[in-house]
Design a protein around this ligand. Structure first.
Ligand SMILES: *[C@@H]1O[C@H](CO)[C@@H](O)[C@H](O)[C@H]1NC(C)=O
Ligand SMILES: *[C@@H]1O[C@H](CO)[C@@H](O)[C@H](O)[C@H]1NC(C)=O
Ligand SMILES: *[C@@H]1O[C@H](CO)[C@@H](O)[C@H](O)[C@H]1NC(C)=O
Ligand SMILES: *[C@@H]1O[C@H](CO)[C@@H](O)[C@H](O)[C@H]1NC(C)=O
Ligand SMILES: *[C@@H]1O[C@H](CO)[C@@H](O)[C@H](O)[C@H]1NC(C)=O
Ligand SMILES: *[C@@H]1O[C@H](CO)[C@@H](O)[C@H](O)[C@H]1NC(C)=O
Length: 406
């Protein structure tokens, strides 16, 4: 452990373990209500997040955490801000952009901020965890660089080229504040850039960790913790996993992304999805075993699909996060601000549930791919499948989907 700041979640884990441990030992003395509350606590999202961080810290113990966490509290420090004030992609795209930008801030030793008021203030759903990224008002007379790659793939590749092969740390040093709107992966490019290896080496990542996929789980947990609003909705859902005893039912998760459909009329059409629902359900029934020891979690961009699955397995066997289904980047003018916020909250809550699945069938989508990266590191690929013109098992980091478009 290299920083004292880092000690905090650790201590918390020990206390939680101690508490739940002692409750388990004396459980026969307790009322059913107390037993239920002990179960709920030890399966709560907070508990799971603390445990996950403990595992991540062990897994990445060789990494220079003080460099990842370092930040000056002075307002004058040069900065990099991830900016999403208008159309900048769905949650999967945004996570790609946020973690890329965070890595660029670490390498350039700049203060990192996230500015995402669109379509509703992100801070309602996610708070800073070990790194305080909440935006401040920076003085306007400072020199600024604006980089926006979300509208133009040509600009995205120019920036990619710069980050892969030039000393962008020096080149950018003339700017006080850099604002980046992107949904690209620049982590691999930056960490392999020969011109800045003197800085990359300080982080001490191992050679197989130099990709966004590998460092994503660590960067995500360093940055984010859910707010109470999200914790409550996820905990509500997870409480359905309690079986008669202390044991937990298996959580089978389905992410069914249909593309343009009556629920999200402004979305783009997606191909090869005509038989997706039936294919996924048939696979779930034959390969994953739905019984009284399992619960099916559904997140879909189609209300109709949600209802269909819930009818098929019964409301006892199916769970989903309540709230309106929206695409946070393809809004309808008819949405109220409240609907945008409630819909965004559902997106973040669904994302957290995807990290807790015993079995997970993903659509081809950044949303569920990043969600799956949050699964327990030693079981990250257990019962992990992707629908790509059929259901395929994702076998490991090197797995490639059978078709490019699916
Ligand atoms: C850097 O990582 C290697 C393992 O990849 C480890 O043996 C070494 O101790 C680390 N260096 C520091 C300074 O932590
Ligand atoms: C860790 O990073 C800091 C910069 O934040 C650097 O000063 C220090 O030398 C690094 N530690 C190691 C062991 O490389
Ligand atoms: C977003 O929330 C933060 C703190 O919760 C607040 O300081 C900020 O002003 C809000 N931004 C907008 C655009 O509402
Ligand atoms: C920017 O303005 C502040 C006061 O608002 C001033 O103290 C500072 O010197 C100015 N910086 C530059 C670079 O002009
Ligand atoms: C659903 O669960 C309730 C309470 O656990 C039970 O009484 C009911 O029979 C179940 N319904 C079905 C269709 O299994
Ligand atoms: C699903 O089960 C069938 C029949 O046992 C098997 O042939 C198939 O390979 C399984 N599919 C996957 C993706 O594991």
């Amino acid at each position: 452990m290299r920083t004292t700041r880092y000690l905090r979640p650790y201590r918390f884990i020990l206390i939680v373990c101690f508490l739940t441990g002692s409750i388990v030992l004396t459980s026969h003395l307790l009322s059913p209500l107390r037993i239920k509350s002990a179960f709920v606590r030890s399966h709560s999202l907070t508990y799971r997040i603390d445990k996950r961080f403990h595992v991540l810290h062990q897994h990445f113990h060789h990494v220079n955490f003080s460099m990842l966490l370092q930040r000056s509290s002075l307002d004058e420090t040069p900065s990099i801000t991830y900016q999403c004030r208008e159309s900048c992609g769905g949650w999967g795209d945004r996570l790609r952009g946020i973690t890329s930008t965070f890595m660029l801030a670490i390498l350039t030793q700049r203060r990192f901020y996230i500015d995402m008021p669109y379509p509703c203030n992100l801070t309602r759903f996610l708070q800073s965890n070990l790194y305080d990224w909440r935006p401040i008002v920076l003085r306007s007379n400072r020199s600024q660089l604006l980089i926006k790659t979300t509208r133009s793939s040509q600009i995205a590749s120019v920036i990619y080229e710069k980050i892969s092969s030039s000393n962008f740390i020096d080149d950018w040093s003339i700017y006080d504040d850099i604002y980046i709107a992107t949904n690209s992966d620049y982590i691999r490019a930056a960490l392999r850039n020969k011109r800045i290896q003197h800085v990359v080496k300080l982080l001490n990542f191992s050679s197989d960790e130099l990709t966004q996929d590998r460092v994503f789980p660590l960067l995500y947990e360093i940055l984010f913790r859910p707010t109470d609003a999200v914790l409550n909705s996820v905990d509500q859902l997870l409480s359905n996993l309690q079986s008669d005893t202390f044991s937990s039912k298996r959580l089978i998760c389905l992410h069914i992304r249909m593309g343009k459909n009556p629920t999200i009329i402004h979305d783009e059409r997606r191909s090869y999805r005509d038989t997706m629902v039936e294919d996924i359900l048939r696979f779930t029934e034959t390969n994953l075993t739905i019984n009284d020891q399992s619960i099916v979690f559904v997140t879909s961009d189609s209300l109709e699909v949600n209802r269909y699955i819930s009818n098929r397995y019964g409301s006892n066997q199916t769970v989903s996060v309540p709230g309106p289904i929206i695409h946070i980047d393809r809004l309808s003018p008819s949405y109220t601000y409240k609907k945008q916020c409630d819909g965004f909250q559902k997106v973040i809550s669904d994302f957290y549930v995807l990290g807790e699945c015993d079995a997970l069938i993903m659509s081809r989508s950044g949303f569920s791919e990043w969600g799956s990266r949050r699964r327990d590191l030693s079981h990250q690929f257990d019962h992990l499948y992707q629908y790509c013109r059929g259901v395929y098992q994702v076998t490991g980091h090197r797995w490639k989907r059978p078709f490019h478009v699916c």
